[in-house]
Write a protein that binds this ligand. Structure first.
Ligand code: C5P
Length: 321
């Protein structure tokens, strides 16, 4: 990407997409969320989020998926900026009233993560905005406060701050790093049919309404695979309890999984609530082969290669020239 020339002070944060290597869905809670045990994995598909002081709050979205992102007050990145502004203004000391630097910003999102694809793109942008505003204002918000703000914005925002490979519990917002080894190659098969996360969870409840749902726990097979760094074992351990529900709502998910496995992937799994499907492959060479095969088969609207794990939201070095 070419460096941006601008006179306004601004901060740009790069944030990764996530896939779920394991997503075990427990019972629906009284608050409507489901208790989860998940393994988040940050992959090298990024959004870049820039914040610039402005007269009013606003957001512009650029890039291939820009037309799909809401740009009103309901945009999660703008909500993130307003939330951390309120927090920074509250905690400021030594600043005269009304002179807090935590004023309105314009958020510009360079979007590469698919929208409504199950890769937490909106949550990633919210996490990036928290980090960008914090840096812009020199607020030095502590980690606990950032985590608190993140969980108020959505279940996947905490992980986007952290990145790597991590175990998520609660509704997904409680995140601890997983013991892992190795770097993995992935091929992502995307669909231009977005799936609504609440709809997929609702369908999951319907499909298992006659069954008792146990409390979710990380599976020993997944934990052992991550510890060993063995891609074959990881491929066999991939699991997502939302997969059947997503297939009911969008049968293309089934075709995509079948095609990828027939073409030799070590494993394939729905990411989050879908419809993106992530395939694990041996190496960069097999990733290219599988990407070509999936593209030729026509099952996916777009196919990307990436690796994981990668770091969570981080400030990019100054790009002004
Ligand atoms: O937290 P977030 O806004 O990302 O969640 C979107 C929706 O997904 C929730 O409103 C809920 O319907 C569903 N969800 C759930 N259980 C979770 C996470 C999300 O039912 N653990």
């Amino acid at each position: 990407m070419s460096p941006r020339v601008t006179d306004a002070p601004s901060v740009t944060v790069r944030v990764p997409a996530k896939i779920n290597l394991e997503l075990i869905v427990g019972p629906r809670r009284p608050d409507g969320y489901h208790e989860l045990s998940t393994v988040f994995h940050a992959v090298s598909l990024f959004d870049d989020v820039r914040v610039t002081p402005a007269a009013d709050w606003g957001v512009t979205v650029e890039g291939p998926f820009s037309h799909l992102v809401p740009t009103g007050d309901d945009n999660l990145a703008v909500r993130a900026a307003q939330l951390i502004a309120a927090s920074a203004a509250l905690t400021e000391t030594g600043t005269a009233p009304g002179t807090s630097p935590a004023g309105p910003v314009h958020v510009t999102i360079r979007k590469h993560i698919p929208v409504a694809g199950g890769m937490a793109g909106g949550s990633a942008d919210a996490a990036a905005t928290l980090i960008a505003c914090d840096a812009l204002w020199g607020a030095a918000t502590d980690r606990d406060t950032l985590d608190d703000l993140a969980q108020r914005l959505g279940s996947d925002v905490n992980f986007a701050l952290q990145g790597g490979t991590a175990i998520g519990s609660g509704r997904g917002e409680r995140v601890v790093p997983a013991l892992t080894r190795g770097r993995y190659h992935w091929v992502l098969a995307m669909s231009d049919i977005g799936l609504s996360t609440p709809d997929v969870f609702h369908m999951c409840d319907r499909l298992r309404r006659d069954r008792a749902v146990p409390p979710p726990q990380p599976s020993p097979a997944m934990m052992a695979a991550l510890r060993s760094g063995d891609a074959m074992a990881l491929g066999a351990a991939l699991r997502n309890d939302l997969q059947s529900a997503a297939m009911h709502l969008h049968p293309g998910v089934y075709d995509t999984l079948e095609t990828g496995m027939e073409c030799g992937a070590l494993g394939g799994v729905l990411s989050g609530s879908g419809p993106t499907v992530a395939f694990l492959v041996r190496d960069a060479e097999q990733a290219l082969d599988l990407a070509v095969a999936l593209t030729a088969s026509g099952v996916a609207s777009d196919v990307r290669r990436c690796t994981g794990p990668v770091h969570g939201a981080h400030v990019l070095p100054e790009t002004r020239v």
